[in-house]
Structure formats: structure tokens, C-alpha cells
Ligand binder design. Structure first.
Ligand code: RFL
Ligand code: PHB
Length: 397
């Protein structure tokens, strides 16, 4: 049996696991990463694109942002549409110069994976963690499978960065946390298309046909989403129908949507989920393993990286000062930001999605909010500072 010894055993090579590994290395703490899927699969998985200022700064400080700085696009504002009326929320002047950057999650994953491999560090693909042992002790173990054989990681701590369906959360005793979950009655149909973006900045739109979002990946690739029913399937959405619907929902006077060949189409359900305790003994959860937010606020990946920041603080305190104080506070501090992000994501989701008939009480509340945002700098500031992400020193325990 293959036995690997390290200080922190990391499950999952998504944004959380990879960032944690690099950051620990910078602090002189060793780790290995186990990943269920193949390298090709992980690097091709299309997901997020919006990086908060904190996330960009962290990757930059780790020396992992060279390509991001070159190819990513910094945005200084966002457009909000309601019934064809468009307003802009500028970031710079409302947030003291903080911005967002558009750069695909799979590009982040690719950059971090390659840098880890180039440094000669261990990342085992197609190697699922199958069982955790001794998480309540100082020497936990991760049992894994590889090419039909078995192996084990012997470590001081386990970091479960293994996403929503991972093993980490399932390995916590059921009575060690409470679960909170909201399933929204709609989903997103997301596309990637070979066409120049029709807007330099993102557009979130409420329309009586439903929500739409215009995002982008590069000067030649657009990323767009529309609200669909939970029971809907991509077969019901030929390319022409998608472009027609996007054009209606995002439309405003004097603006035209560019259309082009669609090369990726998928449907994502909208869900808010989290647990109120992200650690047990020497097992710590980070990222989607512990929480899911609906993508309307662009917060999922950014929350995962924020968890990692607090986890690194904890491990550094442990290895440098022989203290568990920061580690013991991990859930408490991480959850402050998670609650904030749950609220903001829920706010953006309920503001822009069609939930009830056009003209209903719910609709009037949404419209009243939008009308107020359009005249109030305070409301715009609230949106801007949440959207670009609050600085780390905002949250204390
Ligand atoms: P990930 O990325 O799911 O990575 C977890 C990894 O763990 C592996 N794994 C295992 N490995 C070994 N053994 C096991 N037993 C394992 N079980 C699982 C998995 O294969 C996987 O590689 O979690 P992480 O690192 O926490 O990252 C979270 C983000 O991926 C997620 O929050 C975002 O993609 C959410 N999200 C967005 N977040 C943003 O911040 N900004 C956005 O603009 C944004 N847009 C989005 C999104 C998510 C979307 N979808 C498809 C859910 C748009 C969409 C459409
Ligand atoms: C994306 O570009 O994929 C994206 C941007 C903003 C969101 C969600 C997804 O709120």
C-alpha cells in the first residue's frame, strides 16, 4: 500500500484546494492534494468567471497571477437592467478603488495546477479519497483509491476542499453541525459563445420573461445566462431561441446583442446551502464543501478563497506558535463572510429573477428596489462594496 506523509492532506484540486496548497507552501507547511477527476476534466469544467479584489490580490501575492493580469479584464462598474431601463453602478468611487476581474475559473485552476506541478509538488489525479480515519486525533488519515489499488495519506490535518458532493462534510458527525438550505424555483441556462461581448461590463437584467446575465471571458468569447424552469433541459433551447430570448431580456434602447456560435450549454440549479460549523477535530472544510450560494452575486469561488485565507492563518498559528487559537476560531470567522455572501446572493437573486406575475406585489417590491437603487448613492454603495467583496479586516471575532 502506498503511504504518503505530509502536514496537511488536501482533498480536491478545485480553487480552494489548490490555493490552500500554494499558500501553505509559501508558509513552509507541506501538503499533498488528492483529486477524484482527471486533469483534463478539471481544467475543462466551465464555471465561475468573476474574481473579487481579495481573490486577485491573494493570487498575486502568491505569484500566481501572471496570466490573470495579462488576460483577465478588470471591470470598474456593472450594469443593472429592469424592464428595459439600464443603470450603472460604478465601483471605484464607491469602494475606494476596489474592482472585480473577469477570468475563467478553469483558467485559475489551470494556472495553479501547472505551477504546483512545475514546483515538483504532489497532486494525484484520478485518486478519490474514500474514507477518513481518526479525524478527532492529532494524526488523521485519508484512505484513497488509485488505479484499482489503495493508499493512505498520514497527516496532522485534513482540509476537505472537495466541493458540495465531497467526502469531507459527510465525514463530520451528523450532530456537529446544523444545515440550512433554500432551493430556488428556477435554474440558469448558461452558454459560452464565439462572439465579441456586446457590453464591456456585465449586465444583470430583470425582464417579465425572466432573468438574464451578460458576462464575458475575452474579447472574442461571451458568457451569458438566462433563467429557466427547474424541469427545463438544454434540448428545449436551440441556439436561435437562446439568442432571441437574451436579446429580449437584456434589451434596452439603442443597444444591440451580438450573436454567434454557441460551444457550451448547461443548466445549473439555484441553491443556497450552508452548515454552521465547518470543522471537527483536525478536519476542516473549505469552499463548496461547506456552502453553496446561487451564482447571481458571483460569490462561490471568492468565498472558497476567503475560507482558505482563514485556514492558512490557523495552520500558520499552529505551526509557528504551537497554538490552536486561530484554528479553533476558523468556522466562526469564515461564517461571518459566508452569511454576508448568502444575504447578498439572495438579494441579487430575488431582485433580478422573475418570481411572480408581472405587476404582482412581489414584482412591485422588486421594481421599487430597482427604482431606489437608481436614485440613491447609498444603495449603490451597498451593492458595489458587496459585489467587489468586503476587505478581510471587516470581519472580526
Ligand atoms: P470545486 O471547484 O467543486 O472543487 C472540488 C474538487 O474536489 C474534487 N473531489 C474529490 N477529490 C478527491 N476525492 C473525493 N472524494 C472528491 N470529491 C470531490 C472534485 O472533483 C473537485 O475538483 O470546489 P471549490 O474549490 O470549493 O470551489 C468552489 C467553486 O467551484 C464554486 O463556488 C464556483 O464555481 C461558483 N460559481 C461562481 N463563483 C464565483 O465566485 N464567481 C462566479 O462568477 C461564479 N459563477 C459559479 C458560477 C458556479 C456555477 N456552476 C456551474 C455551479 C457560475 C456557475 C454556472
Ligand atoms: C460568469 O462570468 O460566469 C459570471 C459572472 C457573474 C455572475 C455569475 C457568473 O454573477
Amino acid at each position: 500500500m502506498k503511504i504518503i506523509k505530509t502536514q496537511v492532506g488536501i482533498i480536491g484540486a478545485g480553487p480552494a484546494g489548490l490555493t490552500l496548497a500554494h499558500w501553505l507552501k509559501q508558509k513552509g507547511i507541506s501538503s499533498v492534494i488528492l483529486e477524484n477527476r482527471s486533469q483534463e476534466y478539471v481544467q475543462a469544467r466551465v464555471r465561475a468567471g468573476l474574481l473579487e479584489q481579495n481573490t486577485v490580490d491573494i493570487l498575486d501575492n502568491l505569484g500566481l497571477a501572471d496570466r490573470l493580469k495579462k488576460e483577465g479584464q478588470e471591470h470598474h462598474g456593472v450594469y443593472l437592467n429592469f424592464d428595459g431601463q439600464r443603470i450603472r453602478v460604478p465601483f471605484g468611487e464607491l469602494t475606494g478603488g476596489r474592482n472585480i476581474t473577469i477570468y475563467g475559473q478553469q483558467e485559475v485552476v489551470k494556472d495553479l495546477t501547472e505551477a504546483w506541478q512545475e514546483a515538483g509538488e504532489t497532486l494525484l489525479f484520478e485518486t478519490p479519497a474514500i474514507e477518513l480515519e481518526g479525524i478527532e486525533t492529532g494524526s488523521p488519515k485519508i484512505h484513497f483509491e488509485q488505479e484499482g489499488g489503495r493508499g493512505m495519506v498520514e497527516c496532522d490535518f485534513i482540509a476537505a476542499c472537495d466541493g458540495f458532493h465531497g467526502l469531507g462534510r459527510k465525514s463530520m458527525p451528523k450532530d456537529s453541525y446544523k444545515e440550512y438550505e433554500v432551493t430556488y424555483p428556477f435554474s440558469w441556462l448558461g452558454i459560452l459563445a464565439n462572439v465579441a461581448p456586446s457590453s464591456e461590463e456585465l449586465i444583470y437584467a430583470y425582464h417579465e420573461n425572466g432573468f438574464a446575465l451578460h458576462s464575458l471571458r475575452s474579447e472574442t468569447i461571451s458568457r451569458l445566462y438566462i433563467q429557466v424552469d427547474n424541469e427545463d433541459s438544454v434540448e428545449n433551447w436551440p441556439d436561435e431561441k437562446i439568442w432571441e430570448e437574451l436579446s429580449i431580456r437584456l434589451g434596452t434602447k439603442g443597444w444591440k446583442l451580438n450573436s454567434g456560435p454557441i460551444f457550451e450549454k448547461s443548466i445549473t440549479p439555484m441553491r443556497s446551502y450552508f452548515i454552521d460549523n465547518m470543522q471537527f477535530g483536525n478536519l476542516f472544510l473549505a469552499g463548496d464543501a461547506a456552502h453553496i450560494v446561487p451564482p447571481t452575486g458571483g460569490k462561490g469561488l471568492n468565498l472558497a478563497i476567503a475560507d482558505v485565507k482563514h485556514l492558512v492563518d490557523g495552520f500558520e498559528d499552529f505551526y509557528q506558535n504551537n497554538s490552536r487559537k486561530e484554528l479553533d476560531n476558523y468556522s466562526k470567522i469564515a461564517l461571518k463572510r459566508i452569511w454576508r455572501a448568502q444575504d447578498f446572493s439572495n438579494f441579487m437573486t430575488t431582485l433580478f429573477h422573475k418570481q411572480d406575475e408581472h405587476g404582482s406585489f412581489q414584482y412591485q417590491l422588486q421594481k421599487a428596489k430597482f427604482d431606489y437603487i437608481s436614485i440613491s448613492d447609498s444603495y449603490k454603495t451597498t451593492i458595489a462594496e458587496n459585489y467587489v467583496g468586503l476587505p478581510f479586516d471587516t470581519f472580526m471575532v
